[in-house]
Design a protein around this ligand. Structure first.
Ligand code: HEC
Ligand code: HEC
Length: 330
C-alpha cells in the first residue's frame, strides 16, 4: 500500500479508534473523511501532546494565555467576548472564531491568510497581542520541561521543535468536531429529530431566506469570502488578495454549535442570533462590495424566530466535544 493510501485509510477507518485512544470525540457520523496531511499522520500520542500544548499557558509570555483561553471548550471553542484578550489583557480587533470543525476549512482565519492548521498554529504564539513569545524562546522554554522533552522524543524522535508543535496542535484540532446533530438525523430520516418550529426554520434557511447560498454543505460553509454588509475599517480578504471585489469580505463561518459561540461576526458586533437574522432580513448595510446574495428578505417576526430556532436546536450535536484541560507535563 502506498503512503498516501495509508494516510487516507487512517482517515476513513482509524479516526474513531485514534480519537478514543486519545480520550477525545470521534469523527461525526455522516461527515466526509478528514484528510490528514501526508507528513502529519495522527497517532494517539501525537493528539494527546497537541491537546496539552493547546491548553498550556506556558506557550505565552506571561504563562497565562493558552490557545484554550480564546478557544475555550466551555464557550464553543471561542471566548464569549467581542474581541480576543491576549497577554496582559491586550485586545485585538477581531472576534475569536470557533475552532470546531476547522479540520474541514479550506482557509484559516477570517481573511483566510493561512491554509492549513499546521500553518495557522504558530501564528498566535508570536502575535504580540495574543501570546507574545518568540518561537525560539517557546521552544527553549518547553525543552526545559522534562515531560515535553520525553513526549516529543516519543512522537517525533526529536527534542521540542516548532515544527513538531505545529503538527501536534493541528493533529489535536482535527479531533475537535461537531456533527450528527438533530438536523443530520432529520435529514437521515428521523422525522422526530426537529421540532415543528425548527423544521419551518430549516425550510426558510434552505429556501426563502437564502442562507444556504453561503452556509452550505455538511459544515454550513462554502469555504469562501463574502461581504455581508458589516461596515467597518477592516477590509478583510481584500488585504490578502488585493482584489477590489474582496473589500470587506470575510470567510463564511461554520454554523455548527452556533448557539455556543456568540458574540457573532468577525468584529463580534452582534450579540444574539436574533440580531444576526434581523441583519440579513434588512439586506445588510449598504457597501460598494455588498454580496449579490444579500438582499432584503421580507420575513415575518415568526419566520425570523423559526430560523433562530433551527440554528439553536438543529445544529447543536449531542456529542459536543466537551474537552477538559489535560494534565500538563512537568
Ligand atoms: C488572544 C486570543 C487568541 C489566542 C491565545 C489564540 N487564538 Fe486562535 N484565533 C484568535 C482570533 C482573534 C482569531 C481570528 C483572527 C483573524 O481571523 O485574523 C483566531 C483564529 C484561529 C483559527 C482559525 C479558525 C477559523 O475559523 O479560521 C484557529 C484554527 C486558531 N485560531 C487556533 C489557535 C491555536 C492553535 C492557538 C494556540 C497556539 C490559538 N488559536 C491562540 C484568537 C486567539
Ligand atoms: C452572501 C453569503 C451569505 C449569506 C447569504 C448568509 N451568510 Fe451568514 N455569514 C456569511 C459570512 C461571510 C459571515 C461572516 C461575516 C463577517 O464576519 O463579516 C456570516 C456570518 C454568519 C453568522 C455568524 C457566525 C459567527 O460565528 O460569528 C451567522 C449566525 C450567520 N451568518 C447566519 C446566517 C443566516 C441565518 C443566513 C440566512 C438568513 C445567512 N447567514 C446568510 C455569509 C453569508
Amino acid at each position: 500500500m502506498s503512503r498516501s493510501k495509508v494516510v487516507l485509510s487512517a482517515a476513513i477507518f482509524g479516526m474513531a479508534a485514534l480519537a478514543s485512544a486519545a480520550g477525545v470525540a470521534a469523527e461525526p457520523k455522516g461527515f466526509p473523511a478528514i484528510l490528514h496531511p501526508e507528513n502529519n499522520k495522527p497517532t494517539p500520542e501525537k493528539i494527546a501532546l497537541g491537546k496539552q500544548l493547546f491548553f498550556d499557558g506556558r506557550l505565552s509570555a506571561d504563562n497565562k494565555v493558552s490557545c484554550a483561553t480564546c478557544h475555550d471548550p466551555e464557550k464553543g471553542f471561542s471566548n464569549g467576548e467581542q474581541f480576543a484578550t491576549g497577554v496582559e489583557g491586550q485586545k485585538g480587533g477581531r472576534n475569536s472564531p470557533t475552532v470546531i470543525n476547522s479540520a474541514f476549512h479550506t482557509f484559516q482565519f477570517w481573511d483566510g491568510r493561512a491554509k492549513t492548521l499546521e500553518e495557522q498554529a504558530l501564528g498566535p504564539i508570536g502575535n504580540p497581542i495574543e501570546m507574545n513569545m518568540k518561537l525560539e524562546d517557546v521552544v527553549a522554554k518547553l525543552n526545559k520541561i522534562e515531560g515535553y522533552k520525553k513526549e516529543f522524543q516519543k512522537v517525533f524522535g526529536t527534542d521540542v521543535t516548532s515544527e513538531g508543535m505545529a503538527k501536534a496542535i493541528a493533529a489535536y484540532e482535527r479531533t475537535i468536531l461537531s456533527g450528527d446533530a438533530p438536523y443530520d438525523r432529520f435529514k437521515a430520516g428521523d422525522k422526530t429529530a426537529l421540532s415543528e418550529a425548527a423544521q419551518r426554520g430549516m425550510k426558510l434557511f434552505f429556501g426563502k431566506a437564502n442562507c444556504v447560498a453561503c452556509h452550505s454543505g455538511h459544515n454550513f460553509t462554502d469555504n469562501a469570502f463574502h461581504n455581508i454588509g458589516i461596515a467597518g475599517d477592516d477590509h478583510g480578504r481584500h488585504v490578502i488578495s488585493k482584489t477590489l471585489g474582496d473589500k470587506g469580505s470575510f470567510k463564511t463561518p461554520t454554523l455548527r454549535e452556533i448557539a455556543r459561540t456568540g458574540p457573532y461576526m468577525h468584529d463580534g458586533s452582534m450579540k444574539t442570533l436574533e440580531e444576526v437574522v434581523e441583519h440579513y432580513n434588512k439586506g445588510g448595510n449598504a457597501h460598494e462590495q455588498l454580496d449579490e446574495e444579500i438582499y432584503a428578505l421580507k420575513l415575518t417576526k415568526e419566520q425570523m424566530a423559526d430560523i433562530v430556532t433551527f440554528m439553536k436546536e438543529g445544529l447543536a450535536c449531542d456529542s459536543y466535544p466537551d474537552h477538559k484541560a489535560p494534565e500538563l507535563p512537568k
